[in-house]
Design a binder for this molecule. Sequence first.
Ligand code: ZN
Length: 170
Amino acid sequence: MQNLKLPVTISPSRSAQRRLVCEGVFKLSDMTRLLAECESRSEYVQVSVKFDVDELGLTVMSGSSSTLVALTCQRCNESFDKALEVDFTFSPAKNEEAAEKIPSYYDVVELDENGEVNLRELVEEELMLAIPLIPRHNIQDCSADADSVWGELPEELEKPNPFDLLKQLK
Ligand SMILES: [Zn+2]
């Protein structure tokens, strides 16, 4: 894909009339809120977004985005690379009243006073949501020993430890 820089703000309704498809990039270094949560491992955020009008006459912007970041593993405290990949489907609304009429299968995005949305902020927020709540390596890649895994992560405690069961049988 060519690294075409995307416009930061865009008019969804005008773009939808033209059935516009945008493929390009934002600079990851411009996404400062995202970078407060992780480290940059890529210069760019790839974005593909399509503007359309659905059968209800609503403007729809759907697409996907991806980039590469580094997170800190909560088991072993070492950083690891993680590809953040998101899909999204938004319908823009100019106010709360209009937002209520939008079916729940769309996410609502609020239009600014010029009838535009901030595409970069939208993508940034989606990528932030893709960061796991407790970042960690896949178990086979993690340098922390198994004991600390059982101890620290409550959801893992649910699984019975086969070695404990063996001990009880003896
Ligand atoms: Zn780890």
